[in-house]
Design a protein around this ligand. Structure first.
Ligand code: GUN
Length: 309
């Protein structure tokens, strides 16, 4: 018999985003059942970006499925900025509309900042309006961006306290990285934000008890960048083709999908290798993705309650 002097490594436990999202949906249903009205969500899409088509349809469908009034508003890619502003103004003044979201990215002729600024902050279920961003930064009650809010729920689902932990967020976008850092800070984590100009990224990420990857580049976080025992949350959603086959060769499951479908959806984290180092990890798909939509439902109900009170 070989004596083991070390504790054998078990692969990281998987954080099941679908299960946590279902839990959030059950909570939303409970609140909805006690409301004397049906909150309304309008998801606006301009143009035919394939990813946006899927996201906006999923958002409107999920809304309908759980008993909200979910509407998809679709406009031509050549729509003028002034016309979209007018639509937003109409939705702002429609008393049956509780939540408005304008799917990003927008066609070139439309400035996303102007659109975000035009949405009534009380109906801004994405939490992108400067008023809501400011409230979040100040730690006040507000509509919180859905993806980072969902990530907090995923971290909490592990049962590991955030208080006092070292959290590293890779990516500084307005949609994920910045609000993510605010939320972690509010829960008393020691937070570092890394980005494309960070010097010696691995030396920073290796310090993280909680590592959130929101870079938008496939397999950027390798095992050498992760502290043993860390919680790793992968926000990336990258569709890659056969040109990625070599880099994915070590990942049996993804290689099989790539061979079968000609493409595969992968995260910003090298999942199969990082799993050997981390304690908890989110898969792609089935991790952060389902949470974003669930939190949007929650925000819509919250927006309705606050606005109609
Ligand atoms: N594009 C990518 N993520 C998002 C999001 O959370 N909301 C909106 N409106 N657009 C997005």
């Amino acid at each position: 018999m070989r004596l083991l002097w070390y504790k054998p490594r078990v692969p990281a436990r998987i954080i099941d985003g679908k299960a946590v999202a279902q839990q959030v949906e059950r909570e939303v249903l409970e609140v909805l059942a006690a409301l004397p009205y049906r909150p309304g969500l309008v998801a606006v899409r301009v143009g035919n970006d394939p990813a946006s088509e899927i996201y906006v349809r999923s958002k409107a469908r999920k809304a309908q499925e759980i008993g909200l009034r979910g509407t998809e508003l679709i406009f031509d890619a050549a729509m003028r900025e002034a016309d979209l502003l007018q639509e937003i103004d109409r939705l702002n003044h429609d008393d049956d509309v509780d939540g408005i979201l304008v799917q990003l990215p927008l066609p070139r002729q439309i400035d996303p900042r102007k659109m975000i600024d035009a949405i009534d902050p009380a109906k801004d279920v994405d939490g992108f309006h400067p008023i809501n961003v400011g409230r979040l930064h100040l730690g006040r009650a507000t509509l919180v961006p859905c993806t980072p809010a969902g990530v907090m729920r995923l971290i909490d689902s592990t049962g590991i306290p955030i208080d006092g932990k070292r959290a590293v967020v890779v990516g500084r976008s307005d949609i994920v990285g910045k609000p993510m850092a605010s939320l972690l800070l509010q829960r008393n984590a020691t937070v570092t934000i890394c980005h494309s100009r960070t010097y010696d990224l691995p030396s920073v990420t290796r310090e993280a008890d909680i590592l959130v990857a929101a870079i938008g580049k496939p397999m950027t976080i390798g095992p050498e960048m992760v502290k043993r025992g860390a919680i790793v949350i992968d926000v990336g959603m990258n569709r890659v083709g056969r040109e990625f086959a070599d880099r994915l060769a070590h990942d049996e499951e993804k290689s099989r999908l790539l061979a079968k479908n000609g493409n595969a959806l992968i995260g910003d984290v090298d999942y199969s290798r990082v799993r050997e180092v981390a304690e908890w990890i989110t898969p792609v798909p089935g991790g952060v993705g389902p949470m974003t939509i669930a939190m949007l439902m929650k925000n819509t109900v919250t927006a309705a309650q606050w606005r109609r009170r």
